[in-house]
Design a protein. Structure first.
Length: 122
């Protein structure tokens, strides 16, 4: 596991380290911007996405459908997440002595695009 700061630049830095490890065949980035940076670093190092390394991001930002290759990503319903968070906040303000209700996490969706493939044959 490598740590980044959600930016494409930090994904690129992590991708340079990952590209040097020939055993890496898949990467899951914590955000799409980081995933885009990883793809660039892998490509510059001669590692093909998805032929050599599969890449998955998280958030499904609009540009992910248009990068090369189009990025497989996890889409989360931001509107539903915001509504749930706001509901929990209002409830906590109105009833501060009541135990907070557990959050209802809305389902995420895997959006499969061209950045993933079966692992390469060894």
């Amino acid at each position: 596991m490598l740590v980044g700061d959600w930016s494409a630049a930090s994904g690129y830095a992590a991708g340079r380290a990952l590209a040097a490890d020939g055993d890496v065949t898949a990467v899951f980035a914590a955000g799409d911007d980081m995933a885009i940076g990883v793809i660039r670093a892998l490509t510059e190092a001669g590692r093909r996405v998805p032929d050599d390394v599969s890449e998955v991001g998280f958030d499904d930002i609009p540009v992910t459908a248009y990068v090369s290759p189009p990025l497989t990503t996890v889409r989360q319903p931001f509107g539903a997440v915001a509504r749930e968070g706001l509901w929990l906040l209002v409830r906590a303000i109105e009833k501060p002595d009541v135990e907070p209700a557990p959050a209802n996490d809305p389902p995420a969706e895997l959006v499969v695009r061209a950045s993933t493939a079966p692992p390469p044959s060894r």
